[in-house]
Write a protein that binds this ligand. Structure first.
Ligand code: BGC
Length: 394
């Protein structure tokens, strides 16, 4: 039995656009419906969690989990620039209360990729005003974060957000041939937005805030020139964001796979490599590697694994992946790294952005027509790890 630290958070994560459905006022909805889009299908009703979140949370709590990470949708809260919807704030406060009623610690993300369509039209993160717009949005949600909320993630995967802004189209994210270079101006804007948001959040006693970084576990192939290529490739895509989190209350680590880098950049997977439904290498050590990098580059701030998981139709393989990942995470904790929790991606099968609904990451299956939820064995498995606060590796 591998024991985890006291008060370790055990949970699952989602993002508003991927599960709520009908996020019609967001930039993504517009992109999904644009002609010639590389996005394979639109999100439409998603998992209808906008209405069914009480059931989602009950299933997680019944299984034994103690935390639920979900995001607030800016496009709903500020549907028009400067106009804040009280009804939507009330909705998200009800979500927080429902989590608390179920004994789930709500881990709130303020921005998970999507922005209101008006913000996109105003230049997105290229707009010099964007940090100010995000700061005002943070202020508008402050009233619903006053009680019961201990952890707030400002911006989800700013490194991927900066790459998306640098990409000509969103499909580049799905390609295995390496990610587009992040836009450095956007990166600075996101950092400024994050810092301003944190300053505002710090006025609420008891809230700890940070951003969540996609740690991509870039590894050198060891060939001549590969180490230099790794430094150039990895610094702007990962390390810069982890270094920038120095001084924050925590940093979120989000890890799925690794990418091997040769002298000319990312290498294709070797023939015979086991891959998942997203085409990524099955690589359960990714989270522990992300934790170690985050700890070193952030100067030792607390770490929360805010996403880790696998897109697979084989739920037994999901359990294998998660067990091996947790074993490696436990090793990092044994080495003295301050890891505060593990939030699996994802609570539900959901809308995987440009790849649509085919890659299933959920601990809970969702019927696409009836929205009926069916917990998978992996949910019970993770819940029992949570209940024991220990991993059985016997
Ligand atoms: C994102 C999620 C996404 C997951 C799997 C992360 O990049 O935060 O929104 O669904 O990874 O691709």
């Amino acid at each position: 039995m591998l024991k985890f630290p006291e008060n370790f958070l055990w949970g699952a994560a989602t993002a508003a656009h991927q599960v709520e459905g009908n996020n019609t006022n967001s930039d993504w909805w517009t992109k999904e419906h644009a002609s010639g889009t590389p996005i394979v299908e639109p999100s439409l009703d998603a998992a209808d969690s906008f209405h069914r979140y009480p059931e989602d949370m009950r299933l997680l709590a019944d299984a034994g989990l103690t935390a639920y990470r979900f995001s607030l949708e800016w496009a709903r809260i500020e549907p028009e620039r400067g106009r804040v919807s009280q009804a939507m704030l009330d909705h998200y406060r009800r979500m927080i209360d429902t989590a608390l009623d179920h004994g789930l610690d709500p881990v709130i993300t303020l921005l998970h990729f999507t922005v209101p369509q008006w913000m996109h039209e105003a230049g997105f993160w290229h707009n010099p005003e964007s940090p100010e717009l995000f700061a005002r949005y943070t202020e508008s949600v402050l009233p619903i974060l006053q009680t019961g909320v201990r952890t707030v993630c400002t911006i989800n995967e700013p490194n991927i957000a900066a790459m998306l802004a640098g990409a000509e189209d969103e499909s580049s994210l799905a390609a295995d041939g390496g990610l587009p270079a992040p836009d450095p101006v956007v990166a600075e804007r996101l950092l400024e937005a994050h810092r301003r948001s944190r300053e505002i959040l710090s006025t609420v006693p008891g809230i700890r805030s940070g951003w969540t970084v996609a740690t991509q576990d870039f590894q050198s192939s060891g060939e001549q020139g590969a180490d230099e290529a790794l430094r150039d490739y990895g610094y702007v895509r990962d390390d810069w964001y982890l270094e920038a989190s120095r001084g924050d209350d925590f940093v979120g680590v989000q890890a799925y796979t690794r990418t091997r880098i040769g002298p000319n950049g990312p290498l294709p997977l070797a023939a015979g490599t086991e891959t998942t439904l997203t085409g990524w290498e099955y690589y359960p050590d990714a989270a522990a590697h992300g934790i170690r990098a985050a700890w070193e580059l952030s100067g030792g701030i607390p770490i929360l694994v805010t996403e880790n998981g696998i897109a697979t139709a084989d739920d037994g393989r999901r359990i294998d992946y998660t067990r091996d990942s947790l074993r490696a995470i436990h090793g990092a904790i044994e080495d003295g790294i301050d890891v505060r929790g593990y939030l699996h991606w994802s609570a539900l099968d959901n809308y995987e952005w440009a790849s649509g609904y085919a890659p299933t990451f959920g601990l809970i299956a969702v019927d696409r027509k009836t929205f009926a939820r069916t917990p998978k064995p992996s949910l019970h498995w993770l819940g029992s790890v949570a209940a024991r606060n220990a991993l059985d590796v016997g």
